[in-house]
Structure formats: C-alpha cells, structure tokens
Design a protein around this ligand. Structure first.
Ligand SMILES: [Zn+2]
Ligand SMILES: [Zn+2]
Ligand SMILES: [Zn+2]
Ligand SMILES: [Zn+2]
Ligand SMILES: [Zn+2]
Ligand SMILES: [Zn+2]
Length: 437
C-alpha cells in the first residue's frame, strides 16, 4: 500500500470543471454531470463513467493502422493520415474531445479504470460527510465508519457485525468525519482477474500491476517486484516524458497566440483597406459626378447657343416673310382694285419695295444643326486626381476614330469652341451670304 501513500507523480491536474473545492481531482462525469461511477480512462485522457460510455452509439471502424503502432486513439485529424490495415473494430467518440476511441476486444469494460478519479470521488463523498456513499459490504445503507484494516466503508449495521466476528474484531474502525482532510482514501485496488487479491506487484515483462495470484499463475516466468520498489523508476520515466511534453504545450500556446495576433492584424488590415476603398470610391464618385455636371453644363451651353442662333434666324425669316406678304398683298390689291392713275402714282414705291425685297438674300437652311454626340470612352483628363472619361462632341465623328491622346480633353474643349465659333460664322454667313430664292 506504500504506493498509495506517496504522491505518485509530482503534478496535479489544473482544476478542470467538475472540481470540488479543496479537491485537486476531477469527480464529475462530463456526460451525466454526476459523480463518476466506475470511471474509465480514454486514450485521450478524458474520464467518463462506464455506463455513460456504454450508452454511446458505437460505430464500426476499419482499422488500417499497422499492428505495431499505438492502437489508442488520439487527435482525430492526425490519425486519419496513418496507414491502416483492414480489420473491423468497434469504436466510440470521446464525448469531450470527439477523438475516436477504438474499443478493445472486451469493450468499454476493458478500458483502464481511472482509480485516481474514483479516489477523488470517494474523497469528495467523505468531505461531504459521507453523503451518498453506501456501505461496501451490504451496498445498501449509508456509510458510518471506515475499517482501516479492510480499507472499506461500512454502515452502522455492518460495523457491528464486523466487531462481532472473530476474524475482524481487531480491525481499526474510524469515523468517516475523522477522515476529512485526508488526501487519499487508500481503497485497495483489486486484481480484475483475482478479485480477492490486491494489486501490490508489478510485472516488468507485461508492464502492468499484478497480484500475488497473478505472479504464480499467468505471469509465472515474468520478472516482478513490489509496486513500492518500482514506482520511482516508472514515475521518473513518466516525469521525464512530462518534462519533454511541457515545452510543447508552451510552443502550442505560443503558436496559438501568434495566430491570434495575425488574426487581429488581419482584421485591422481589412478594416484599413476597406476604409481606403471607401475613400477612393467616394472620391471617384464625386469626381464622376462633377465631370457629369460639367458635361451637362457644357451641353446646356451648346443648346443655348444653337437655340439662340435658330431663334435669330427664325426672327429674321419671319420679318422677311411679313415684309414679303405685305408687299405681295398690297401690290395684288393695287392691281386688282386700283384705278389706272392710282397704279401709276403708287408704282414707284411698290416697285422699289418689291425689288428690294426680292434682292434680300436669306439662308434657306437652318444655320445650326443638331449634331451633338457623347463619347463615353474618350479620356477627359483628371478630376480631383481621378481619371475621368466621357466627352460631348458637336460634330459628327466616328467615335471609333475619336481617340484623343495626351492633352485630349483640352484639345477637345478647344475643338468644341472652334465648332461653336464655326456655327456662329455660318450663321452670320447665312445672313450676309444671302441666297436668292
Ligand atoms: Zn457519467
Ligand atoms: Zn477525449
Ligand atoms: Zn452495510
Ligand atoms: Zn475490517
Ligand atoms: Zn491477479
Ligand atoms: Zn507478466
């Protein structure tokens, strides 16, 4: 029992959930949330009640791993990479970490019992003044005392029977209350093959604890020793392994911190770039709107100019038409109704007027045209630092040929001005260079 008294390994669990106050172990099952009942240790080092594990949906796994490799299941993503050989097996998923647990031939019950957790459950029960703990003998009544010799918890009734019986009358019994504060209850762990025997020996060949009956039976030829004698060697090798594992924990934590840092940097970068995109787009939209307004203003100016020209031409033609009508009507009236003398007297004015009117030249074609076009592909220079496109043209041009380069827009604006000037000239020409009808 010396193995029970000495601290087995120099490390303790880092208080996971389900930990009772003042207790360094896990006592509650992650599945049923109750105190562990016959807890089994999974290869991923998670502990679950036997009955809880038995209720999990088993699935059939095709184990293609090499026979020499570890059959225990660990990190789910890594094991997928291992080569497997065809062998049907039943597995379950760890309810805590989802790792695949390939069940041994004996099923859930063949998994290692978590004695440490069982001890912690017992301790928690003791700290809770034995509540919920039932007598180890009758398995019925509540525990009152503990026999230190048998290392079993007994109810009032079994206690008395214990004292009465000759064989056990000398056993030391203590009140459960007095056991409070003990870190280990030291309940004997019995051999699963020989339930009457405690596991006090260690078979070095099979690398597992055995009982007295085991070493004379199945392990007859195997070297063995008391657990108390081999614990240092084995404990040290576990400690050594732990020392090699701890830096990896730190490395993983650092890697995760790195990922967190990169992630937050990524978020910041995305936000910054999004802000840049928004700023650029808003500026671009403003530039385009400004350019649009400029083009619409330009179009309006062209319209006003052309309209004024037409208006002027229209007014002049209307005036001429009115004058002509007056002349024609007067002359017709004169010839139709005037006396000979009246005609002769008026003739001079009439002839001069008609001749003058006939000499007036006028443009029969509208002085301006409706030739206005829009070239959306045409470079229109920069607006607030943004390249803008699209220009108004007042002469008919093949848009495909209209590729202005370099100072295209300026040249284009000048072109418009020239075109407008030309209209004006034509218009004046239309008045000066009168055309006879
Ligand atoms: Zn459970
Ligand atoms: Zn697990
Ligand atoms: Zn009892
Ligand atoms: Zn006893
Ligand atoms: Zn045995
Ligand atoms: Zn052995």
């Amino acid at each position: 029992m010396s193995e029970n008294k000495k601290p087995l390994l120099g490390f303790v669990h880092k208080l996971p959930s389900g930990t009772a106050p003042g207790n360094s172990g896990k006592t509650r099952c992650p599945l049923c949330m109750g105190l562990f009942k016959a807890p089994r240790l999974l290869p991923c080092l998670h502990t679950v009640c036997t009955t809880c594990l038995e209720q999990l949906e088993p699935f059939s796994v095709v184990d293609m791993r090499g026979g020499d490799s570890d059959t225990s299941s660990e990190g789910s993503i890594f094991q997928e990479l291992k080569p497997r050989n065809q062998q049907s097996q039943v597995g379950i998923l760890c309810p805590v970490c989802d790792a695949q647990v390939d069940l041994p031939i004996g099923g859930v019950k063949a998994l290692t019992l978590d004695h440490l957790a069982m001890n912690d459950v017992m301790l928690e029960n003791l700290h809770g003044e034995g509540q919920g703990l039932v007598c180890d003998l009758c398995n019925d009544r509540e525990v009152e005392k503990r026999c230190q010799t048998c290392k079993s918890n007994l109810c009032q009734f079994c206690c008395q029977a214990h004292r009465r019986q000759k064989k056990t009358s000398y056993h030391t019994m203590v009140d459960l209350k007095d056991l409070k504060g003990y870190s280990r209850v030291g309940k004997p762990i019995l051999c699963p093959i020989h339930p009457a025997e405690e596991l006090r020996l260690f078979c070095e060949f099979c690398d597992r604890p055995v009982c007295r009956d085991c070493v004379v039976g199945e392990h007859r030829e195997h070297p063995y020793d008391f657990t108390s004698n081999v614990i240092h060697k084995h404990g040290d090798s576990v400690r050594e392994l732990l020392r090699g594992t701890q830096p990896r924990v730190e490395a993983l934590e650092e890697a995760l911190a790195q990922i967190k840092r990169v992630n937050s940097a990524l978020q910041k970068r995305v936000e910054a770039v999004a802000a840049d995109v928004r700023k650029f787009s808003e500026g671009y939209i403003k530039a385009i709107e400004e350019h649009r307004n400029k083009m619409l203003k330009q179009l309006e100016d062209i319209r006003v100019q052309k309209e004024n020209s037409l208006q002027l031409q229209k007014a002049q033609l209307e005036q001429l038409l009115a004058d002509m009508r007056t002349g024609v009507e007067f002359t017709e009236h004169l010839l139709a109704s005037g006396s000979d003398l009246e005609i002769l007297i008026t003739k001079g004015v009439v002839v001069e007027r008609l001749r003058k009117l006939n000499k007036v030249e006028y443009n029969t074609h509208p002085g301006v045209n409706d030739h206005i076009s829009f070239s959306p592909q045409e470079k229109a220079g920069q607006c607030h630092g943004y390249e803008v496109y699209g220009a108004i043209n007042t002469k008919e041009v093949d848009p495909a040929k209209c590729v202005l380069q370099g100072e295209g827009r300026k040249a284009f604006v000048m072109g418009i001005e020239r075109a407008v000037d030309r209209d004006m000239v034509f218009q004046e020409l239309g008045l000066v260079q009168l055309e006879k009808r």
